[in-house]
Design a protein around this ligand. Structure first.
Ligand code: G
Ligand code: MN
Length: 384
């Protein structure tokens, strides 16, 4: 660090200052710099100086450097603020693979926003700003609901309604994923008890992030939750994406096997996008495949996609798995799925994800006249 310190100092003007501000970090203060361009010139000079390996006593060491630039007063009024912004810029330079970044560029703004979201997430869980929406799945043979997917939504006080795509990565990075999943499972099971009893078993499906599906303690967590809330373990489905099964297949398989032994259903989500090998089907720890919506939504127009849907349907039948087609948005697609023999469907055409109260109402009113008409038209076939 001493050699790095003198290396940096050698690049600077007499009035500039270098301070150590972390185990591997230095802060450089450049008074009188007029704009970001000038600051970057200084940054490049320092980066240039460390291109060659550093000579430390009799050893040489290659030092990797990254620089985050922040300007007073544009990016902050005090040292704390400036230092924090410089650190965000530094982090974004590291993730972008370029050795320098200027604070308040759009990428840095996104990173700073995510930082704030991490601490908001704890409050949101405590304050009940996180909510589950429910979307029904319909069995075309009986015309009745056969399952429900729970989808997390975050009603953020400033950003409005946030989808899991936005906040799951935030929860993942900040180690809050397990808490979030635990909340989702318990909430889904608790709320599903309030649904109408007109329909026999309506398993509720909860999406499980990869790292949780690889956690050897996950089955225990499930056992506790189902023991507390579920009339039978079969009333819960865990949805794990095909890609998360592939990340470390042995670990995930073992966990999912244990989940099935509890009696909880396992569904492989977004199926078809992950390049599973056929050999894996021999002992796939699953009850159900959900064919990815990209194939379903393209199948009307594209023959290859239609073939993929057919193939996955045959695979599921050959290996005794249920198949759910997700993302059904129009009656033509529904008709085609029904004609192919795919009987479980989920999508905006039948039902959108809605909050608990609305979902209870939807079940009580089932089937509403509009849905009834859609189902009749698609399942009875219509003249071409
Ligand atoms: O990753 P997963 O398959 O669990 O994601 C399901 C997502 O798809 C949810 O966010 C849900 O709101 C959305 N979704 C559900 N039905 C439809 C549909 O018919 N069309 C589209 N585009 N999205 C849907
Ligand atoms: Mn899903």
């Amino acid at each position: 660090m001493a050699a790095a310190y003198s290396g940096i100092s050698a690049c600077l003007r007499p009035n500039d200052r270098v301070l150590r501000c972390g185990q591997h970090d230095f802060a450089v203060i450049l008074p009188g710099v007029l704009n970001a361009g000038h600051a970057l010139l200084a940054a490049r000079k320092i980066l240039g100086a460390f291109q060659a390996p550093l000579q430390v006593e009799n050893e040489t060491a290659k030092v990797r450097f990254a620089v985050g630039v922040t300007l007073f007063p544009d990016h902050g009024g005090d040292a704390d603020q400036l230092l924090r912004k410089a650190q965000f810029a530094l982090m974004s330079s590291e993730t972008d693979g370029v050795p320098w970044a200027v604070s308040n560029s759009p990428e840095v703004g996104a990173l700073a926003g995510a930082w704030q979201l991490e601490s908001d997430l704890d409050e949101a869980l405590d304050a009940g700003d996180l909510e589950l929406y429910y979307q029904a799945q319909i069995d075309l043979t009986s015309g009745l609901p056969c399952g429900v997917e729970a989808l997390a939504r975050w009603n953020h006080p400033r950003h409005g309604l946030l989808l899991p795509d936005t906040f799951i990565p935030v929860a993942d990075r900040s180690g809050r994923l397990s808490r979030l999943t635990q909340w989702a499972i318990n909430t889904a099971l608790r709320q599903s008890r309030e649904w109408t009893t007109r329909f026999n078993l309506l398993p509720v499906a909860v999406n499980i992030p990869t790292s949780v599906a690889e956690d050897a303690e996950f089955p225990e967590l499930l056992a506790a939750a189902t023991g507390l809330w579920a009339p039978t373990p079969k009333s819960l489905t865990v949805e794990v994406t095909e890609t998360s099964l592939l990340r470390s297949p042995q670990t995930a398989r073992k966990v999912l096997q244990a989940v099935r032994e509890l009696g909880v259903r396992v569904s492989i989500d977004d199926f078809g996008t992950g390049y599973s090998s056929l050999g894996q089907f021999r002992d796939l720890p699953a009850d159900e495949l959900k064919i990815d919506l990209s194939f379903v939504q393209a199948m009307l127009r594209s023959e290859p996609d239609r073939h993929i849907v057919k193939l996955v349907l045959e695979l599921s039948q050959a290996f005794g798995l249920e198949l759910v087609a997700e993302g059904v948005e129009d009656s033509e697609t529904l008709t085609m799925l029904h004609a192919l023999g795919c009987n479980r469907v989920q999508g905006y055409l039948m039902a959108r994800p809605v909050p608990q109260a609305e979902f209870c109402q939807w079940l009580d009113d089932y089937p509403n006249p509009q849905l009834h008409a859609v189902l009749c038209m698609s399942t009875l076939g219509k003249p071409n």
